[in-house]
Design a protein around this ligand. Sequence first.
Ligand SMILES: [Zn+2]
Ligand SMILES: [Zn+2]
Ligand SMILES: [Zn+2]
Length: 225
Amino acid sequence: MLDLNAISLTTSASLNGLLATCNVCGTQEKIVFYSVLPPKYFNEEERDTRYFICKKCADKLKKLMFFVEREILKQHSYCYKKTNFAFVDKRTYNPQTKRTINIKLNFSSIFSSKNKKKIKCNNGHYKVANAHCIKCGLKENITAHHILKRIIFGENGSVIMLCARCHQKIEDIIREMEKKIMHLIKEIYFLIFDLIKNIKFKKNFKLRIKKKRGEYIFSLQKIRN
Ligand SMILES: [Zn+2]
Ligand SMILES: [Zn+2]
Ligand SMILES: [Zn+2]
């Protein structure tokens, strides 16, 4: 018998040597104890539903989750704009999730090894000369901040100048805003986990997230190629 309490509760806890089986593909090799809810949006207590999963399936799951998260956040450009605006203007802004979100799932392109295009993370701030922070007026350590996050929206957004300290503050506020959005549709992560178990086919799907009487309903529809 496997004693779950004896296993360290980190996602990378290797269970090599123990007879655990991947909950997705059934292999007994390179098994990790894995929480479907990502640490960047959920705290330790919320992440108590865990599965045994092999490294291969975990990689696939991460790719699929990253894709879906990005597609969801992409549809919240107004949240990013308003959060930035609220930061400069001292107003507060509470993000809400849209009534309907449609996401096209083309599994072969999501999982293809060619799909390694790395987009520069928003934290790669670059220094700007002769500018001042639009929040506090400081003229030192000025960095450019993308109103629409680069990792999600790409390179073509407008930037504002902020000192390193104010920049850090707005990035923290934005992280909280993203957390709130992903929290509202927590079930999406369990749905993605179920999806990864069933992807043996090369069909493409449309994932629909629909808000109805305060609740989110998920549906999956096959699309013709
Ligand atoms: Zn597996
Ligand atoms: Zn500043
Ligand atoms: Zn930034």
